[in-house]
Ligand binder design. Sequence first.
Ligand SMILES: [Zn+2]
Length: 430
Amino acid sequence: MRRLPLLLAVLAGPLAAQAPAAPAPPQPVLIKAGRLIDGRSAQAQTNVGILIEGERIRAVGPLAQVQAQAPNARVIDLSQMTVLPGLIDTHTHLLLQGDITSQEYEDQLLKQSIPYRAILAARNARLALEHGFTTLRDVETEGAMYADVDVKLAVNRGEVPGARIFASTRAMAPTGMYPIGGPNWEIELPHGVQTVDGVENARLAVREQVQHGADWIKYYSDRRYYFTPDSTLRSWVNFTDDEARAIVDETHRLGRKVAAHAIGSDGIAAALRAGVNSIEHGDGLTDSLMDVMVRNNVYWVPTVTVGVHVVPRGGVWPALVALERRAFARAVRKGVKIALGTDVGGFPWTEINQAKEFEYYVQYGMTPMQAIQSGTSVAAALLGQEQNLGAVAPGLYADLVAVAGDPLRDITELQRVKFVMKGGTVYLSQ
Ligand SMILES: [Zn+2]
């Protein structure tokens, strides 16, 4: 691979001699933003110019000043709108179409081929983009192997329109701890994860998933959630501490990060002991667990939207909504880093706009600005992409959305995105 640039240079030599002058650089684009929420600043700014060259932002500042830098730029007039960074959802399942019941889940794994599911996933990546989500961290394919990496490749190559994808491939759980279970021992049914038992297998699984394109590693820390009389949410922990540490250590050794599904306090504590980078769902977070997260710079991805959606499951699920709401308010006060994530796919992509999650965060105790940053700059920091994503700033990708009103007054404006640009290309303009 290291030889490639040299090879290209050799090939380009004779061709370059015959070719006309190099093509002109793309015409710069000037966006006139009536109001800008840049994803990082505490305040919105008015009458801002955003200069874009190719895929990236070159300048941001007072309109007249930026306009003077590029008098020949093509103008996109959003002077009647509020412009924000492209939104980021850090917990999605492109390969899933809602699984409020185990029947819905099993139907997808048993009756749909992976190619069919991948077609729906491509559709979902486009839906996300049209809703203003220019980046997704997709946290496992639920039995569809590495198809998330294929969707990511097709998007990156411009074959299909879609959000940027950080893929986790298959996720992990030990034998017998993730559906589909085995009602008939004569038949081996597909599982929603890669089955992993033992320390050496944990390291092997991480290596395999990274080999096949995983940007992140996801594992299931717990299951079987129950309340104790003092209203603590407990759970059964899936992996031994040694196994979980092996997953995390090998992932970090290979330059990736780990997301752990952890709902009960036991599962959250186990994941934190193992050293994960994000806690997914986290309904049972206690004050002391939050303190550990703050101390160790572990992010929380609450996925409130799916929690509300699965209330009809009954059992312990309805109580989790109120429990998480209380935890959320405490976490905001304690300064836990909360990255927006919805678990879309756990609810149908076609029925609920992911941006509903922002509305819950404001209801639960964030200011609108905090909620917006949770789904932009904080999410980008979780992804380790502060230099590329999550803000409107020079040098970053030109991933932008615009809404008609002021989301600082009405956060539901984010559910009515009118303009979407990803990497300097406009995908929606109403
Ligand atoms: Zn999920």
